[in-house]
Design a protein around this ligand. Structure first.
Ligand code: GLC
Ligand code: CA
Length: 554
């Protein structure tokens, strides 16, 4: 058993903009997080992942960085950051930060220089295409208003490349000076005492920089290899490991868009010295229309196929590497709405069931802030309610093309990123106790019923169940390292599995449906010990109520 501290931790993700506003400007900030340090500690989690807090014009909410070594003014100062880091460390909590180095902001001094002249020393920091070569081969862009990743820049009569918005030009990783700049910046933060990084869209750093012409007929999904997973990706990750990770006792997790199971070990086999872990999207993309970013008919959701995704991803790390598990983050809608049931009747049951899942799998769990309360989607179908450029630009793009933008919004509403970005619901006072001003994104109106203050005092709350589960995982290394095996794998309602280490076996049974479900197994649960359950009296007779979750020790 290859034990490591970063395999045993529970990670709590904080979206600073929406966590707690300390000065009434409607924007969450570092002082706000500092105010909530005791709350964070009370969760029992071990690591905080902080979304970007660097200086940024916020075209993409901090994922467009204009100064990697300064704190965003809206969020506070470097002194605030130092206080936060120390406050976490004093409480035994580690901090990992977001590393966004596929692109910078167009307001970053490197880009400001780069665009000035063709012979500027910073020219080679980005990807430029000179206009005399003709129009560059079309590349799709995820956040661009015209869906075009090339933007013409008159100053030097050239186009620059941006996979994301036009305010997020891609850095040229082929340039060794760029790579050195990145490693130096990483060391700056590591030397400050942070405990590692989450690596934003890390598979995109190496791409096909010959920019070949792609056929019009190529479906959107097939474009990926031209944008990411380029020929030097593993070389760069090994270099980053050598230059930075290997120098510190730290953790890292890559956002691995497009990495499939066959390639998984190329990234995290420890012998290759690249990354420790990454997260993939196979289970979160399930049921989402490939081209239109909207949810397909949910009644189609096939739990059997979904379970097998988790089984496959568990098996791939049997000998080498290590996995992660998550159901929500700042790029997703709320897990309770998406995978559970956010009706008043089942919201709390299903949120607890999903936490049972996250905290009993053989992988490092990531919990997104607010999910510990079972917060839910807002599902807005009015474009004016949105702040996310992803939704806004896509909507306007369709409108300009004369397509039915409103229909898109209806399908997209339930998976939009702003669902997961509404302010934390601290209490039942105005604006959910998040701010004394006007929040940058409206609070979910259910805050009077769903909030941390109420749940802290309610022994049956999602919050208290979550805390118990975190402790339960800590007390049982079996839940971290034990072998995973599906039980009754073709059951269309139940997700059931055993976890086994040495002579001990736990069985988790999770009902993902809103009707009773029967477990078919030879395992005997009548004589077992019930270790956790989300109903007052957990089932011990193979029949499970809607969204019931039970953990037995066999
Ligand atoms: C990642 C981030 C997302 C951001 C994008 C561009 O997917 O998680 O929030 O918009 O990268 O940086
Ligand atoms: Ca503020």
């Amino acid at each position: 058993m290859n034990t490591k501290w970063w395999k045993e931790v529970v990670v709590y993700q904080i979206y600073p903009r929406s966590f707690k506003d300390s000065n009434g400007d409607g924007i969450g900030d570092l002082k706000g997080i500092i105010e909530k340090l005791d709350y964070i500690q009370s969760l029992g989690i071990d690591v905080v992942w902080l979304n970007p807090v660097y200086e940024s014009p916020n075209d993409d909410m901090g994922y467009d960085i204009s100064d990697y070594r300064a704190i965003m003014q809206q969020f506070g100062t470097m002194d605030d950051f130092d206080v936060l880091l120390e406050g976490l460390h004093q409480r035994g909590i580690k901090l990992i930060m977001d590393l966004v180095v596929n692109h910078t902001s167009d307001e970053h001094p490197w880009f400001q220089e780069s665009r000035k002249s063709r012979d500027n020393p910073y020219r080679g920091y980005y990807h430029w295409w000179e206009a005399e070569k003709g129009t560059p081969p079309y590349r799709w862009s995820i956040f661009d208003k015209e869906s075009n990743a090339w933007k013409y820049d008159a100053a030097t009569d050239s186009y620059y490349f941006h996979i994301f918005s036009e305010k997020q030009p891609d850095l040229n990783w082929e340039n060794p000076i760029v790579r050195k700049e990145v490693y130096d910046m990483m060391k700056f933060w590591m030397d400050k005492g942070i405990d590692g990084f989450r690596l934003d869209v890390i598979t995109c750093i190496s791409k096909d920089t010959a920019f070949p012409v792609l056929s019009d007929e190529m479906p959107a999904g097939a474009w990926f290899p031209y944008y990411a997973k380029g020929p030097h990706l593993h070389e760069y990750l090994q270099e980053m490991n050598r230059e930075v990770f290997a120098q510190y006792d730290c953790m890292n997790v890559g956002e691995a868009s497009g990495v499939n199971i066959e390639e998984a070990l190329l990234f995290v086999n420890e012998d290759r010295q690249e990354l420790q872990t990454f997260y993939h999207f196979e289970h979160t993309g399930f049921g989402i229309h490939k081209e239109h970013f909207m949810l397909e008919d949910e009644t189609n959701r096939d739990l059997v196929a979904w379970k097998k995704i988790f089984e496959r991803w568990d098996q791939v790390f049997l000998e080498k590497g290590w996995g992660t598990i998550y159901l929500g983050n700042h790029d997703m809608s709320r897990m309770t709405s998406r995978y559970g049931n956010d009706s008043p009747e089942y919201r709390a049951y299903s949120a607890k069931m999903l936490h049972t899942f996250l905290l009993t799998m053989r992988a490092t769990p990531y919990i997104y802030n607010g999910d510990e309360l079972g917060m839910t989607n807002t599902n807005h179908t009015d474009i004016a309610a949105y702040q996310d450029l992803y939704t806004i630009n896509y909507y306007h793009q369709l409108k300009e093309k004369g397509e039915d933008a409103q229909a898109f919004l209806h399908g997209h509403a339930r998976i939009s990123r702003d669902n997961g970005r509404t302010p934390m619901q601290w209490d039942d006072t105005e604006q959910a106790g998040f701010t004394t001003g006007k929040p940058w994104l409206a609070v979910n109106q259910n805050y009077t019923a769903i909030n941390a203050a109420e749940q802290a005092h309610n022994p049956d709350s999602v919050l208290n169940y979550f805390k118990k589960l975190v402790q339960f995982r800590k007390e049982n290394p079996l839940l971290v390292y034990g072998a995973f095996a599906l039980v009754d794998e073709n059951n269309p309602q139940l997700f059931a599995y055993t976890r086994t280490l040495h002579n001990q076996t736990f069985l988790a049974v999770l009902n993902f449906s809103d009707t009773n479900a029967q477990l078919h197994t030879n395992l005997s649960i009548e004589q077992s010990i019930i270790r956790m359950g989300n109903y007052a009296i957990p089932s011990q007779n193979y029949s499970f109520r809607p969204y019931e979750a039970v953990i037995y020790e066999l």
